[in-house]
Design a protein around this ligand. Structure first.
Ligand SMILES: Cc1ncc(COP(=O)(O)O)c(C=O)c1O
Length: 389
């Protein structure tokens, strides 16, 4: 068996995105013990960077050891008790996963079911409160399966008015899309590093405010999961440093560097960059006669879902992109299987170069598949959008 030699792909799919060279370098640094004074400093720095990136004063901004699904499960199992009613917007694969997880942890879901690609409105949330005793609302801000961006600000206000908590999945939006944890009043939010942070998966950001931590501390029943118990994890991440589990040290090195990169670029500039490149991509897609899966207003800048035209084999097109251009584009998931291509423009992968490249590559692949587009139309529309000529 030989040494690993994976292909050097351009990862423009639903995630992971490419790893930033500075993150890769940080992850190749020497290992220290997980209670080494050096690592304790790294832990404190990572918490501070997370609070800044989440725009929160919450002291409980930590990476959960595990992938985004672990962060989802941790959030849910701490907050949901047997018989609790939870309002969930169900409009995509990850929203369905959230609902399923809430039920598995004993919650009763009040589901607002929408077409995959649509968003949940504040009126629908208010109606759900009027007809239930819900104490939690769970929403996916960036639904990776559909490319829809869920507005949160007004829903957060309504949730507060009903004295409930708001739980948000920001796996595909964190540092790529506007997210104001304290200003909007999001109580618990989790993400994953392999999307807009250009970091390998394994240590997943979570922030929990005091209102939510008070709920966790005053549960009627103990948290069933020992591994995800926030009160135990807190004692490991605060001054007490009580052993709970061995943190994935190298992943935290990587996350720390990825957060430094995001804050160096500036959150506002980074968010504007994601929006601009997504708009250029959409201009190209539409000029070529293709269409997006979402309404313009709710198109998610970090994950752009393009409808597969009638009669085109989506898998063959993706295979051409992989073989000819070494480029990964995501397949449709769940209800949208075979119906969309998912183009991730995340973190450093959100760039003019990648927008022009993926538009050109799609045009070539579709021509080879017998579905010619108007020659050069997509790239030229993006160039016009960027005002490059
Ligand atoms: C919106 C959303 N939530 C949760 C997850 C789960 O994250 P992971 O695959 O890292 O477990 C994903 C993964 O793509 C996601 O896109």
């Amino acid at each position: 068996m030989e040494e690993l030699n994976p292909p050097d792909r351009l990862l423009l799919g639903a995630g992971p995105s490419n790893v930033h060279p500075r993150v890769a370098r940080a992850m190749a640094s020497p290992m220290v013990g997980h209670l080494d004074p050096y690592f304790i400093e790294v832990m404190d720095e990572t918490k501070n960077l997370l609070s800044k990136a989440f725009k929160t004063r919450s002291k409980f901004s930590i990476p959960v050891s595990g992938t985004g699904t672990a962060a989802m499960e941790a959030s849910i199992c701490n907050l949901v008790e047997e018989g609790d009613e939870v309002i969930v917007g169900v409009n995509g694969f990850f929203a369905e996963r959230m609902a399923e997880m809430i039920r598995r942890w004993g919650g009763k879901t009040i589901e607002i079911k929408k077409r995959w690609g649509d968003i949940v409105t504040k009126e629908e949330i208010e109606d759900a409160f009027k007809t239930s005793d819900a104490n939690l609302v769970a929403l996916v801000q960036a639904e990776t399966s559909t490319g829809a961006l869920q507005p949160l600000e007004d829903i957060a206000k309504i949730t507060r008015a009903y004295d409930a908590l708001l739980l948000v999945d920001a796996v595909t939006s964190f540092t790529g899309v506007e997210l104001e944890i304290d200003e909007w009043g999001v109580d618990i939010c989790y993400s994953s590093p392999q999307k807009c942070l250009n970091c390998p998966p394994g240590a997943s950001p979570v922030t929990v405010n005091d209102r939510a931590m008070n709920r966790v501390r005053n549960r009627k029943t103990p948290i069933r999961s020992l591994y995800f118990d926030f009160t135990l994890i807190e004692r490991y991440w605060n001054e007490r440093r009580m052993y709970h589990h061995t943190a994935p040290i190298v992943n935290i090195y990587g996350l720390r560097e990825a957060l430094r990169l995001a804050l160096e670029e500036g959150l506002e500039a980074r968010i504007a960059k994601h929006r601009r490149n997504s708009e250029a991509l959409v201009a190209g897609v539409e000029a070529a006669g293709l269409s997006m899966n979402t309404e313009k207003e709710f198109t998610l800048p970090s994950l752009n879902a393009i409808r597969v035209p009638e009669g085109v084999d989506d898998a063959k097109v993706r295979q051409i992109l992989l073989d000819l251009f070494n480029m990964e584009v995501g397949a449709g998931l769940g209800e949208l299987k075979k119906q969309v291509w998912r183009v991730g423009l995340m973190g450093m992968n959100s760039s003019e170069r990648n927008v022009l490249f993926v538009l050109e590559a799609l045009e070539v692949a579709l021509r080879l598949e017998g579905h010619p587009l108007k020659k050069g139309a997509a790239v030229h529309a993006a160039i016009d959008y960027y005002n490059l000529q």
